[in-house]
Design a protein around this ligand. Structure first.
Ligand SMILES: *Cc1c(COP(=O)(O)O)cnc(C)c1O
Length: 416
């Protein structure tokens, strides 16, 4: 069963200090997860987690992860700029982009980020626009479907990311001929997996490939990046991944495949976003209105602009009524104010009676939550608040104001 990371008394103090809605992050939980990930892979000398910045692009959060020894993975020049300004050094920034602009490769080279190429065609493009660095990683897409046992996990064949095996081998050959000296391999084959077998299965595939690359091309890879995809269980069943077991599983195939083939030096990298942060964020919102028609609607002061996943993917997010946890159960739709009927945080969900003014917690919003926010209907982005280890709250991003919303417009004077 899902429980909030904060007590009612602690949260009541914060909602007096800061108006809802806001995203709240749990510093203690973030640090614990980062430590658990580092511990799970401590057997690998060069291990590093490169947090996927897109999941939670807030400098304060990135600094916490930096203090825990993590690096960052960026997809765009602005994410690179953010990471650089936060103070990550070149060895702690990777750049996994696709459909990349020339200026982005130039900037990635300028700050020394490790470039992970999405396309075979990008080898020539990178060389032309920014020159080739000493180290290059290539992103693999095996095609077909990715399965664990009999379960189909995802469909790489339909994915725009990565390159074929032939392109991968040709790519390493080309790069080596052009003087590149250090090589990585990357693949992201399934999203939000809730199974301890995803990483070990993926790792075995990539490790076998590394052996083939060594045998065929005489290239010993320096690192293998298992990317993201280790997920969280958003449902109340709360059957979470066990990162210690996942680390052990990868260790086992490392010892089985890489070590006997003289590749025991390879560093393992991860680029987890969701697993690092999702469960350490709550979207905190208050009940504005109750409405009874063919259903009962609980109208809250957050909307899909503050958390897009339910509207976009029909994703389940657990909801706790922290003001009335023992209220009589009712079947309701929890909705925001957008002029779109998919603006629903819950559909026909059984919840303790919600009363006007109650505080609701929407769980697991720490990754791909605030970062997917938008401005539809003139709704503004919320604040982000850090619930610190000492029990105090610190605002780490203010809420937008109407002035922010109008700031980029020309041909109209807001002040007149
Ligand atoms: C989104 C993304 C990640 C993070 O994925 P999660 O599922 O949040 O762990 C990592 N690497 C790349 C290249 C991504 O696009």
């Amino acid at each position: 069963m899902k429980t909030p990371f904060i007590s009612k008394e602690q949260l009541d103090k914060i909602t007096v200090q800061f108006p809802t809605p806001f995203h709240l992050y749990d510093e203690k939980g973030i640090r614990e997860t980062a430590r658990a990930v580092n511990k799970a892979f401590a057997w690998n000398q060069g291990f590093k987690e490169f947090f996927a910045v897109k999941a939670t692009p807030n400098p304060t959060i990135l600094k916490i992860l930096q203090e825990e020894g993590c690096g960052v993975d960026c997809a765009t020049d602005v994410e690179l700029l953010l990471s650089h300004k936060v103070g990550f050094d070149s060895s702690s920034i990777s750049f996994t982009s696709n459909d990349t602009r020339p200026s982005e490769f130039v900037y990635a080279r300028e700050i020394g980020a490790t470039i992970n190429l999405d396309a075979y065609e990008h080898i020539a493009f990178l060389e032309e626009v920014a020159g080739l660095p000493e180290t290059v990683s290539l992103r693999y897409n095996p095609g077909g479907v990715f399965t664990l046992g009999t379960a189909i996990m995802d469909n790489p064949e339909e994915s725009k990311f990565g390159m074929t095996k032939e392109q991968l081998f040709q790519g390493y050959k080309d790069l080596k001929a052009k003087g590149v000296r250090s090589f990585g391999l990357h693949a992201f084959l399934a999203s939000n997996t809730v199974t301890n077998d995803y990483y070990p299965t993926l790792a075995a595939q990539l490790f076998n490939l590394a052996v083939e690359i060594k045998q065929e091309l005489g290239i010993s890879l320096d690192f293998i990046n298992l990317s993201g995809g280790v997920g969280v269980d958003y449902t109340p069943a709360d059957q979470q991944n066990d990162i210690a077991l996942i680390g052990k599983g990868v260790h086992r195939v490392f010892d089985e495949i890489l070590v006997p083939n003289g590749l025991g030096h390879i560093s393992i990298y991860t680029e987890l976003g969701r697993f690092m942060l999702a469960s350490h964020g709550h979207l905190v919102t208050k009940v504005l209105h109750l409405k009874d028609t063919y259903r009962r609607y609980v109208g809250v002061d957050a909307s899909a602009v503050n958390l897009f996943r339910p509207a976009m993917y029909d994703a389940y997010h657990h909801i706790t009524n922290i003001s009335n946890p023992d209220g009589k159960l009712q079947i309701v739709d929890v909705v925001g104010s957008l002029c779109e009927n998919n603006d629903k945080f819950a559909k026909q969900r059984e919840l303790p009676e919600a009363r006007v003014g109650d505080t609701l917690i929407i769980h697991d919003t720490g990754a791909h939550g605030f970062s997917m926010d938008y401005n539809y209907n003139g709704r503004l982005r919320s604040a982000e608040i850090l619930f610190q280890e000492d029990g105090t709250a610190q605002m780490i991003r203010r809420a937008e104001t109407p002035e922010d919303y109008f700031a980029t417009l020309y041909g109209f004077n807001f002040d007149e």
